[in-house]
Design a binder for this molecule. Structure first.
Ligand SMILES: Cc1cc2nc3c(=O)[nH]c(=O)nc-3n(C[C@H](O)[C@H](O)[C@H](O)COP(=O)(O)O)c2cc1C
Length: 371
């Protein structure tokens, strides 16, 4: 019997540090670089996501630092620190300050604040603090600071969760859904479910670029990317419209959406294809056969595409449909990798897992997308 215990897949009374880290990682945070100046006037800075607000009146904040940190003595002995809340284009700054090294500030644009603390340029916001307490906390020291000065820009803050950098955006309808007292429209609900599932899908298929696409005004449109450590493009962005005839994503839509929605775009795409000596009717005929195969297999592919405007290298791609509660194709779940890393076989392990993820998402959308 579940007597008031929170629902969880597993409840552990003894756990490995890795398991604890994974649980802590589910709590999403921003990313800060905490800075100080030592008695010799040398600047120190560390990337930290342990920052938290404590009190508004008096204005207090805290962060905790590993005792093993090379800069620990500097923060322990200093009376001031600054919390620099990184903007979403400052991943390189975060990585820079997350490594121990001499002279971390060389080449890093900054000014000096209260007590000489370095304030980084381009941050979303910052707080200059006087240290008022330091509490031992296991292998960390918790520093509490009184906020003396603050700075705020219009830049969006970088987010961090499950060990990955993230971009934060407002939750669907936000407060409006509470006011209306309604659940979210099914298509937004579906997109949210699929977006949230992407990191787990990425783990199951391996290190390939994953993309969620919907059918937009101009055809197959990317709405969310789960980047790979070995990216195939630096052009990937939400709103990117893909070719319906040549991309795996487009072919999935061509196969599973009603033809009246897709045919005009297919015709145009086939007409604009580089000349191969094949007549337009022959192209149409071949495309229809290929799409019939996609329908039969439940998965689309594009082999050896590129290099192009989008991809730096030749890529292989697969795409599967995700259906909503009404059985309509709601989005495409697609995967791309350099051709050398992703064999084109229909029966490969990666397309098999992608197809499985597509089916699972469809099941979830059917179940959870219902009003
Ligand atoms: C996203 C992120 C958050 C981190 N948060 C903390 C933290 O809260 N406290 C801490 O001591 N180290 C944290 N670290 C690790 C430090 O940045 C890292 O140990 C750094 O090398 C310390 O610099 P130092 O050795 O020059 O003092 C974090 C690293 C990353 C990437």
């Amino acid at each position: 019997m579940n007597k008031g215990r929170p629902m969880a897949d597993a409840v552990l009374s003894s756990f490995e540090p890795r398991q604890l880290r994974d649980v802590l990682g589910t709590f999403m945070t921003g990313v800060t670089v905490v800075t100080t100046e030592d008695a010799a006037g040398v600047a120190h800075g560390v990337t930290a996501n342990s920052f938290s607000s404590v009190s508004l009146d008096p204005p207090l904040v805290l962060w905790s630092q590993s005792l093993a940190s090379r800069s620990h003595a500097a923060f322990r002995d200093s009376d001031h620190f600054a919390i620099n809340i990184l903007a979403d284009d400052q991943i390189a700054i975060s990585n820079h300050f997350a490594k121990s090294r001499d002279d971390k500030f060389s080449g890093i644009a900054h000014t000096r604040g209260v007590g000489g603390v370095p304030v980084l340029e381009g941050v979303a916001a910052h707080l200059e603090c006087t240290k008022v307490a330091a509490y031992p906390g296991g292998d960390h020291m918790v520093f509490v600071g009184r906020v003396e000065r603050i700075g705020h820009s219009s830049r969006a803050a970088l987010a961090f969760g499950n060990g990955r950098y993230m971009v934060g955006y407002s939750h669907d309808l936000g407060p409006a859904s509470l006011r209306l007292g309604t659940s979210r429209p099914a298509h937004l609900q579906g997109l949210r479910i699929a977006t949230e599932a992407l990191p787990a899908i990425a783990r199951s298929v391996g290190d390939h670029t994953l993309c969620l696409a919907v059918w937009g005004n101009h055809g197959p449109t990317a709405v969310h990317w789960e980047p790979s450590l070995r990216p195939v493009s630096n052009q990937l962005r939400p709103g990117f419209v893909m070719s319906i005839a040549r991309s795996a994503t487009g072919r999935a839509f061509a196969a599973f959406l009603p033809p009246e929605m897709t045919q005009p775009l297919v015709d145009e795409d086939l007409r604009l294809m580089p000349a191969t000596g094949e007549s337009l009717p022959a192209r149409r005929e071949r495309f229809a056969q290929e799409i019939a195969e996609v329908r039969e297999r439940g998965i689309a592919r594009a082999i050896g595409a590129g290099p192009s405007d989008l991809h730096r290298v030749a890529v292989n791609a697969f795409s599967v449909p995700v259906f909503d509660a009404e059985g309509q194709m709601a989005m495409a779940l697609s995967l791309t990798s350099g051709a050398a890393r992703l064999p084109p076989d229909w029966e490969g392990e990666v397309p098999r897992r992608l197809a499985e993820a597509g089916r699972e998402l469809s099941t979830r959308l059917g179940r959870e997308g219902l009003p």
